[in-house]
Write a protein that binds this ligand. Sequence first.
Ligand SMILES: Nc1ncnc2c1ncn2[C@@H]1O[C@H](COP(=O)(O)OP(=O)(O)OP(=O)(O)O)[C@@H](O)[C@H]1O
Ligand SMILES: [Mg+2]
Length: 391
Amino acid sequence: MNLKKFLRILVIENNEIDCKILKGMLSESSVGTFQLDFTDSLHKAFEYLQKHNFDVVLLDLNLPDCKGLETLKRVNDEFPDIAIVINTGAYEDDLGLKAVSHGAQDYLIKGKYTSYALSKALYYAVERKRVEEELKSAYTRLKEAQSQLIQIEKMNVIGGLASGVAHEVKNPLATILYGIEYLTQKIQTEDEKIGLTLKTMKESAQKANNIVKDLLDFAHSSKLDRKPENLNDIIEKSLQLTKVLLDKHRVQAIKQFGVIPSISVDANRIEQVIVDLILNAAYVMPEGGALVFRTLTRKLTKNYNDVIFYIDKKFSVGDSIVLVEIEDTGPGIPAEIKDKIFDPFFTTRRASGGVGLGLSVAKNIIQSHGGEIMLENRKEGGARVKICLKV
Ligand SMILES: Nc1ncnc2c1ncn2[C@@H]1O[C@H](COP(=O)(O)OP(=O)(O)OP(=O)(O)O)[C@@H](O)[C@H]1O
Ligand SMILES: [Mg+2]
């Protein structure tokens, strides 16, 4: 660690003598160089921290507007990125361990340290915080990677099984459909019941046929007919196809299209994905709502929100991507089903005709384009789908 690095410190301390002592100790320190700002209450400290950048906070636990560990908790909650060193009175000595487990990087007792020890404590606190953040981010990535691996494994097993069944069912089903068609043409009868029976049989067989088609799509989505396309156009077309349903549910589509480059995709497949996502959103907003379509292009950064895209090394920092975000104002995804929604045949709408293939097929299609799709809940309520494709 570079102890020569200049450290910006916010001292939150209301005792003037203690402030003077700190100033003296740090100005004569041989260990590093420091810039000190002083503030005497927690609410003023928050204003400072919002406006300026600091490396570390030197915090007294006994302030006029907050006392004890609550002080630490509030700083940590509001500014989780900043390193905190507690500098407090001897009567609070026994709080040390608790403070460290509540997010402080070090705990000093007034009058019990030298200038040298104080300077070191400040530098070490900044370094500890940095390592802590790295660990946290590595842990998030590990968790994501783990759940993706489980997902891939599940998809392989279920996908193999499903497409096997679909192949077996496809031909008999075609025979049944053909038979119904033939009988419908040949049977001329006054009996309404016969006509009705044939009609229901045809509808049911067609529904089964659509499921089989989805399953086969699911297994064969690697065969793509890719051409340069603009995703804004594909969304526009998907909206036209679903207009009747959206109007029926009184869902208002809001287009926030960015200027995005064309990318090489299979337009029919991507349209299938967008239509499925629109249908999902329409079903969770039976009483109406808003559906926002946002498209943008940018380079991926090290930003927390992007970390998720690096998991299986499909993307890396600096890649140019097109991002499609679809936000609804429905109820969002309940925590207990969050890990299952991409599973084939997982549905919460079985009673109203859901098969549970929409999202699993969508994921397969996007992944076969080298992209990624995910669903998350929005802070404001409702769900957000993110589709990330490389330019
Ligand atoms: N926008 C959303 N908001 C809340 N929950 C959602 C949303 N989209 C999907 N889900 C949940 O994920 C489940 C799986 O979705 P998926 O599209 O795979 O299947 P489905 O819509 O139920 O059936 P299918 O698409 O095969 O007709 C849904 O049943 C629903 O519970
Ligand atoms: Mg669906």
